[in-house]
Design a protein around this ligand. Structure first.
Ligand SMILES: *[C@@H]1O[C@H](CO)[C@@H](O)[C@H](O)[C@H]1NC(C)=O
Ligand SMILES: *[C@@H]1O[C@H](CO)[C@@H](O)[C@H](O)[C@H]1NC(C)=O
Length: 284
């Protein structure tokens, strides 16, 4: 009997986690945490928890236990961690049911969250990170960025550690990939993650389209500018072209008109008394 009771209790606990929708859009900005309701129900309360860098235990933020508000001033947690950075999460509660907790992210870089920007190239994603952040300035190589990445909809399990910007190669073209970045100190996570950012990886298809567009533009330029220019030159500047094309030296009038044999030309054009005549005769 007791066993069945315990079993039912365990089942209800599992069910409670499964059935209550967690809060959404949990963002932290300058120690102000905000989120949105996950369901229409009015009697849903929220509990905010924090975890500092040197422990794996989540503690309640005292001001925001079972609050009906959708925001929480978490300034008090600043004093709880050596660096003033804590991870934050929120869970929903209703009539003894508890949702799974969801971690907060930050859309803006600050001393606890990296500033991130993203560029997609064919087959890869480049994540721009600043090496000049307060974490790196204080802890040098002990502070890193952990870049989680994966296809949109997946849980972003894979990651790369980087001091500065990093390029993730070997991504499927045409697919949408997402990343989020967290500061790591001595290989432990510090502060809220950056909010997920996604980009579609352009394919070679995209490149081909770009090439086609550039080719079309070049063809149009040639048709609109070059061809009228050539036509103008041919029609109106014909005289000048002819003058330009005239050879610099004058060709003798009888050039190539005389029959071939050499002595014939010589005998007809030069006087027998010339020395050159003798030389050429000798060659014959
Ligand atoms: C949060 O609380 C701190 C003191 O605990 C206060 O100085 C600050 O103004 C509060 N922030 C907001 C947005 O209310
Ligand atoms: C690094 O950041 C600080 C402010 O956080 C700024 O004053 C400094 O000029 C930056 N240095 C470089 C090399 O960008």
């Amino acid at each position: 009997m007791l066993r069945i009771f315990l079993w039912i209790q365990a089942f209800v606990q599992v069910l409670s986690v499964v059935t209550l929708a967690p809060p959404q859009n949990i963002h932290v900005n300058k120690w102000q945490l905000t989120w949105t309701h996950a369901s229409e129900k009015e009697d849903v309360s929220y509990t905010v928890q924090y975890r500092s860098f040197d422990t794996s235990v989540w503690k309640d933020v005292q001001a925001c236990v079972q609050t009906f508000s959708t925001s929480c001033n978490v300034t008090s947690t600043k004093a709880e961690s050596e660096h003033g950075c804590v991870m934050l999460r929120v869970r929903a509660e209703r009539q003894g049911l508890t949702s799974k907790p969801v971690k907060a992210c930050s859309r803006h870089g600050d001393s606890c969250t990296p500033e991130v920007s993203l560029t997609a190239r064919p087959g890869s994603l480049t994540v721009f990170l600043s090496g000049n952040n307060s974490m790196a300035l204080e802890y040098a190589d002990h502070a890193k960025h952990r870049v989680y990445y994966g296809k949109e909809g997946e849980s972003l399990q894979k990651y790369e550690d980087a001091l500065y910007s990093v390029s993730i190669p070997g991504l499927e073209e045409g697919q949408r990939y997402c990343i989020r970045v967290q500061y790591m100190l001595y290989d432990k996570p510090v502060g809220p993650e950056s909010c997920t950012q996604c980009e579609v990886i352009p394919g070679s298809e995209y490149e081909r389209q770009q090439t086609a567009i550039i080719t079309a533009v070049v063809v149009v330029v040639v048709v609109l500018i070059l061809i009228p220019a050539i036509a103008y030159i041919l029609i109106f500047q014909r005289g000048r072209i002819k003058k330009c094309l005239q050879p610099p030296c004058k060709i003798p009038d009888n050039f190539l008109l005389e029959p071939f044999p050499e002595h014939h030309i010589l005998s007809s054009t030069s006087s027998p008394s010339e020395e050159r005549y003798d030389v050429i005769t000798a060659m014959e």
